[in-house]
Design a protein around this ligand. Structure first.
Ligand code: DGY
Length: 327
């Protein structure tokens, strides 16, 4: 069987693909492939291991050809893949959710919340430039978290881990999701509210929704205006959940107290205005970048391909119904 991997990934897991005489080609480039490069390498393969930076739509699937049985996405999010088009063609799509990734993203979310509320990046920059003149009563004043309200938009696996960690900081936690999670409400004492209530009451709003047509630009001029003056926004979900232009405006006007962004509306581009804003913390889409998480992602992405090629139902099928009508 032929397998194409669009980019080298950390760890040794790709070696395992070479069982049973499989022909495995791994892109030699340490960058995202152009669609022409991807197609020329992937034509005729039985399995594709791709990253969230590879856009895989129906045309790409057709160009790869009728042997394609599985697209294994080395990511939890799968908005880069047209899953409906894959399902229509009987192609399996898998992703890589795990405790390790959830922990990594939840921990990174907290790193961002603390960086933002205690102005760590600004203070670090000042210290390095020699601006520290000894203790002063009024420099880099931040915000205590105790007693403040954290609003979680999307209480999935990652959102609830972020919420659990808020207990340690003695914050009040409110959340919004499609369906109430009464177990989580009891276990971690969080309260379900409407989105409008969440925006109006939260001191920190943290986004944990997948990117769908419904969530695209859900944080925009109107919703930003509903947020408390001085509130902080944290996005470790997907960039296009936030309309970046409107966010820049809400920061510039002083309506928001700051924003911490791991993801951006049009990656890898970042609105240049954000670079000059001291109340903004940015990281380059690294929320899942821990050894543990990336190792697990590699293990799962490879296992899904080996299972599918052996006609065993892989774990983490994005659309379970395709299994019965698979190619
Ligand atoms: C994911 O898995 O979706 C993250 O955004 C990248 O690891």
């Amino acid at each position: 069987m032929k397998i194409f991997v669009t980019r080298q990934i950390p760890g040794e897991h790709l070696e395992k693909l070479k069982v049973n005489g499989n022909e495995v080609v791994i892109s030699e480039f340490s960058r995202t492939l152009t669609s022409e490069e991807l197609l020329s390498k992937a034509k005729g393969v039985d399995a594709l291991l791709c990253l969230l930076t590879d856009k895989i739509d129906g045309d790409v699937m057709d160009a790869i050809g009728p042997n394609l049985k599985i697209i294994s996405n080395y990511a939890v999010g799968f908005d880069n893949i047209d899953v409906k088009a894959a399902s229509e063609r009987g192609i399996l799509v898998t992703n890589t959710p795990s405790e390790e990734v959830n922990e990594a993203v939840a921990e990174h979310t907290w790193a961002l919340i603390l960086s933002l509320t205690r102005r760590i990046v600004e203070a670090d920059e000042a210290t390095r430039r020699g601006a520290y003149r000894g203790w002063e009563p009024d420099v880099f004043l931040g915000t205590n978290l105790i007693g403040k309200t954290l609003g979680i938009v999307g209480l999935g696996r990652i959102g609830s881990m972020v919420a659990r960690r808020a207990m340690g900081f003695k914050m009040n936690v409110i959340y919004n999701k499609h369906t109430r999670d009464e177990v989580a409400e009891r276990e971690i004492q969080i309260k379900f509210v409407t989105l409008d209530e969440l925006f109006a009451s939260s001191d920190v709003v943290s986004l944990h929704v997948p990117l769908t047509e419904e969530t695209r630009h859900m944080i925009n001029k109107e919703t930003l205006a509903k947020m408390k003056k001085g509130a902080f926004l944290v996005n470790t979900a997907r960039g296009p959940v936030v309309q970046e232009r409107d966010l820049v405006e809400a920061l510039r006007s002083g309506h928001l107290g700051g924003a911490a962004l791991d993801v951006f509306d049009n990656e890898p581009n970042i609105s240049p205005e954000l670079y000059d804003m001291p109340d903004v913390v940015t990281t380059p889409h690294i929320a899942s970048a821990t050894y543990e998480a990336r190792n697990k992602m590699g293990e799962q992405a490879v296992a899904s391909i080996l299972d599918a090629l052996a006609n065993t139902k892989p774990q983490n099928l994005v659309d379970e119904t395709v299994w019965e009508k698979r190619r």
